[in-house]
Design a protein around this ligand. Structure first.
Ligand code: 13P
Ligand code: SF4
Length: 305
């Protein structure tokens, strides 16, 4: 039996569903039941009524959200140390500090945060719905964390005052992209459409023809008549883009744009996770209760549209 066969058998025997983020290794994407961006995967996690177990091939905060939304299911993260460094940048103490300075201002947190931080916010958002969430609030000023680039993007789109918390939060992988690299690629591929994730710098966003979450990029590539795309997000997305659009060409805007944490997950680790039912992600109910409210509010807003 191959490793893939063993994983398929374990999935069936244990009534497990495998969710994989768009940045996972190709072989994991190919074996997953669902591949998507953070909002799609959180939704899938909620909809999986039949499954008894969710193996979440991604990083800590995504598995935590699945555990919060599915308190009755066993949620597994194949690699114990797969952590999003940006999520670590916003502590509960920092949120409390900003809340003291702006007691009447709502707190919106990107899902790339730890559950303990989510418990202190009014509503969550992802890169796919951040603008929609902020627009839904009856407030002209919003505390927003932890990604400063996304905060500034939302401020430009909504015209509201967005205060980034902390002031410097960032994704190390998305900061690798530089507009100079795009300019050079554009000389070679003059007709290419430039797709940029909102975690990239403002300068990169200025160079974009399209800004969106990973799955929004997939949709855009599918619907566009263009044949060539320069892509500024983690390299894992190119597998999905190429698989869904074999006739189109996708070029990574910076060839070493890798999220090392996302890539910690391997087929072997996924197999061991399902076999030994590890590593179980749990969130204490006192925290989960508050974080769930913030996630559910986000779904209410985005379900309406
Ligand atoms: P998406 O929601 O666009 O998939 O982004 C998640 C993420 O971690 C981006 O770095
Ligand atoms: Fe976190 Fe950036 Fe990796 Fe996404 S790509 S998981 S934001 S470090």
């Amino acid at each position: 039996m191959t490793l893939v066969d063993k994983i398929v058998k374990l999935k069936r025997d244990k009534k497990a569903v495998v969710l994989a983020h768009n940045y996972q290794r190709p072989e994991i994407q190919d074996i997953a039941d669902y591949v998507g961006d953070s909002i799609e995967l959180s939704r899938k996690a909620m909809e999986e009524k039949e499954a008894e177990m969710i193996a979440f091939s991604a990083v800590d905060f995504m598995a935590e959200s699945a555990a919060i939304l599915n308190p009755d299911k066993k949620v597994l993260l194949p690699t114990l140390g797969a952590r999003c460094p940006m999520a670590q940048m916003l502590t509960v103490d920092e949120i409390k500090r900003w809340k003291v300075l702006h007691p009447l201002v709502p707190v919106v947190l990107y899902v790339n945060t730890l559950a303990s931080a989510k418990a202190y916010c009014d509503i969550c958002c992802t890169s796919a719905n951040a603008v929609e969430v902020i627009e839904s609030l009856n407030a002209e000023t919003v505390l927003f964390g932890p990604d400063r680039n996304l905060a500034e993007y939302v401020q430009r789109k909504t015209g509201k005052t967005i205060i980034p918390i902390p002031e410097w939060g960032f994704c190390p992988t998305h900061l690798l992209f530089q507009p100079e690299d795009v300019q050079i690629l554009k000389m070679q591929y003059s007709d290419a459409v430039v797709m940029v994730h909102p975690e990239c710098s403002f300068e990169m966003q200025k160079a974009a023809d399209f800004i969106g979450s990973t799955s929004q990029m997939c949709r855009h590539a599918r619907e566009s008549n263009a044949k060539t795309f320069i892509v500024a997000t983690e390299e894992g997305l190119l597998h999905r883009l190429r698989k869904q659009n074999p006739e189109k060409q996708f070029i990574l805007a910076y060839e070493d744009a890798v999220c090392p944490n996302m890539k910690l997950n391997t087929l072997e680790k996924l197999y061991m996770a399902l076999k030994e039912e590890k590593y179980v992600v749990t969130v204490p109910e006192s925290i989960a209760k508050k974080a769930r409210k913030a996630l559910e509010k986000m779904f209410e807003i985005t379900n309406k549209s």
